[in-house]
Structure formats: C-alpha cells, structure tokens
Design a protein around this ligand. Structure first.
Ligand code: ACO
Length: 334
C-alpha cells in the first residue's frame, strides 16, 4: 500500500524572556536601527538559565499533539531537528520521548542547522511513505543563545531561542481525495506533496561553530561570513522553490502561502519577489522571533495556522537554507 503524510496539527513554544534591540544595544555596540534595517528583527526570545532545548521541544511537542488530538502513546517516531542539543549525546529527541509519555517506537535528532526542519520533514515523510512509521512528531527546537559570541555584534543580534512541532500521520493514498487543487493527480490530495534537500560541504566555513567534541572539546561559538551566506541563500532558495513546484507540475500562482525559514527579512523579500508573491502571502515572524534556526518554520507555521491565515487545503511552500551549506524545500497541501 502507498502512503502519504497528512499533517494533523502543530504547536510551538517561546521562552518568556523577550530581549528587544533596544535592550541589546545596552550591552552590544549596535542599534535598533541597524538591526531592523539589515535583518527586519525587532526582538528575540531567550531561554531562562537552566532551560534546555529539550524543555522547549517538549512544550512545543505537547502543544502539537494536543492540537492534533493525538495521544503520545500513538506516536511511533520522534524526530527533533536541532543544532543546540542538551548534550552531545543521547539525542534531544530521546529526552523528549521519555518525558512526553511515548512508549516504544524510535527517537532521534536531525542536524542540518537552519535547514533542519526541512531535512526532518524529508526524513519523516520518507519513513511514512515507505510504511516504517505511522505517526511522527517532528520538532524543531533551538537555544542558539547558548552558542552566540555576545562580543561579536555581526552575529549575536540575529538569533533567538524557540521550538515548534508538527504531527504527521500516514494516510493511504487512495483515501486522499479531499484536497482541492487542480484535481490532476498526485498534487491534488492533502499532505506533504514532496520534499527536496541539498547540501554543499565546500562552503562548510561560511557558517559554523568553532568548537565540538572531536576538535576542541568545547561547545564553541557561531561564526559567520554574513555577506557570502546571504548571496548563497538568495540563489539556492530561488532554485529549490522552482524545483519543488516543477516536481508537482504546479505554478508559482498556485501557491497560497510561503512559510520561509526566518533568517533575515531581506532574504525572504528576495525569495517572495522571485516567486512573484505579494508579502500578504508570506508568513513573517522574524521581527518577533529573530532567527531560531530549525525552529523558525514550525514556529511561523503555528502562528499562521492558529490565527486562521493557513486553512485546510491551502498550498504551502516551506523553504530554508543554513550552515553546511544546506538548503531545501517542502510543498504541503495543508
Ligand atoms: N550593529 C551595528 N553595526 C554592525 C553590526 C551591528 N550588530 N554588525 C556589523 N556592523 C557593522 C560592521 O562592523 C560594518 O562596519 P564597517 O563598515 O565600519 O566595517 C558594517 O556594519 C557592515 O557590516 P557587514 O557585515 O558588511 O553588514 P551587512 O550589510 O553584510 O549585513 C548581515 C550583515 C545582516 C549579517 C547580512 O550579511 C546578512 O543578513 N547575511 C545573511 C546571514 C544570515 O541571515 N544568516 C543566518 C543563518 S543562515 C540562514 O539562515 C540563511
């Protein structure tokens, strides 16, 4: 039997503490004007002392299950996309598994930095399509505040902490007819239509952490060549969104929503422009959340689903780029 992944629900969690650009400029040589004009960011949430990535992931996961009307006992796979795990090992997903009340099944982390949620979506979707998982809790969770060099104003102003999650369920292809769309075959039903992931390790040094267990035995700090990352982001994202549309025989005009990774408003503007999409159809949370890496897409999705913008059967394009370099896209009929 052939399966497709239906998305049953979503949830998110942000730490209580909000740090505005104004507040940051008291300890970092920067200004609200500089940060807003270069990135579109106005504030970020920062995890409390002692609050770990798994704490954020757990809350987002619980909220997603609640929204989906699914009990943790029904979940047979947890995937957590994170670059800021609680510990080098075990996985953050394993900690969430023990605390959320899931019995049996499997749990593991996926590491693709800011593209982590798209990579996780691809992994989860393939597990479901081949029949190896029925109900997947996919979480993106990060505490980037822990790996920032707060003396490097070129990077520390850009990131924040948070978590988002979705629940995916296997649905037999032949029951999947209520989706709308153009009715011309496989792109008409609901669920994940396709995922597309890429990496190019020759650009490893454009965005990396200068520490790790096998090199420095320290956690390290984020380092970035912002200009180069920006340049690659604009090119790679434009090509992967077209790849996703072409794979499904869909046109740019068919899209209802773009839910991009929230790194930088200028990168998002450029992708929307290339797609010919008005910003009214782009979900933008970078102003409030800053860049939460693997958490940014499920956080943005949750905002737009809960405020009623994204509706059942809407065609939603998700895309991201991050360290690796990694990039990817996923096309979903909600
Ligand atoms: N406040 C004030 N001034 C600053 C700050 C700051 N926070 N940071 C840098 N500056 C100064 C620099 O020192 C420099 O001053 P100088 O000209 O006197 O030397 C000046 O501002 C320009 O610095 P640049 O680094 O060249 O600034 P740029 O215009 O390239 O903007 C930015 C930097 C915002 C990082 C941009 O390159 C960018 O958005 N890159 C994309 C990076 C990104 O989004 N990464 C996220 C992870 S990857 C992803 O998710 C896609």
């Amino acid at each position: 039997m052939m399966f497709r992944s239906e998305i049953l629900g979503c949830g998110s969690y942000l730490p209580d503490r909000i740090v505005t650009n104004e507040e940051l400029s008291k300890t970092v040589d920067t200004s609200d004007e500089w940060i807003r004009s270069r990135s579109g960011i106005a504030q970020r949430h920062i995890a409390a002392d002692g609050q770990a990535t798994s704490d954020l992931a757990l809350r987002a996961g619980q909220r997603a299950l609640e929204h989906a009307g699914i009990s943790a006992a029904e979940v047979d796979l947890i995937i957590c996309a994170t670059t800021t795990p609680d510990n080098t090992f075990p996985s953050t997903a394993a900690k969430v598994q023990s605390r959320i009340g899931m019995v049996g099944g499997a749990a593991f982390d996926v590491q693709a930095v800011c593209s982590g949620f798209i990579y996780g979506l691809a992994v989860a979707d393939n597990f479901i399509r081949c029949g190896q998982a029925k109900t997947v809790l996919l979480i993106g969770a990060e505490t980037f505040s822990r790996i920032l060099d707060w003396t490097d104003r070129g990077t520390c102003v850009l990131f924040g902490d948070g978590a988002g999650a979705i629940v995916m369920r296997a649905m037999p292809e032949d029951e999947n007819h209520d989706g709308g769309g153009n009715g011309k075959g496989h792109n008409s039903g609901r669920g994940v239509l396709s995922t597309h992931i890429h990496s190019d390790g020759t650009h490893y040094d454009l965005l990396y952490v200068d520490g790790g267990p096998s090199t420095t035995q320290t956690v390290g700090h984020l380092r970035m060549n912002g200009r180069e990352v920006f340049r690659h982001a604009v090119t790679n994202l434009a090509s992967v969104v077209d790849e996703a549309l072409d794979a499904n025989g869909l046109q740019r005009a068919d899209l209802d929503w773009l839910v991009p990774h929230q790194a930088n408003k200028r990168i998002i503007d450029s992708t929307a422009k290339k797609l010919g999409m008005s910003m009214d159809h782009v979900v933008l949370t970078v102003e409030q959340h800053a860049n939460t890496s693997a958490a940014s897409i499920p956080l943005a999705l949750d905002v737009a689903v809960k405020d009623g913008r994204i509706k059942r059967s809407d065609l939603v394009l998700l895309e991201a780029m991050g360290g690796g370099l990694t990039w990817g896209a996923g096309l979903v009929r909600w």
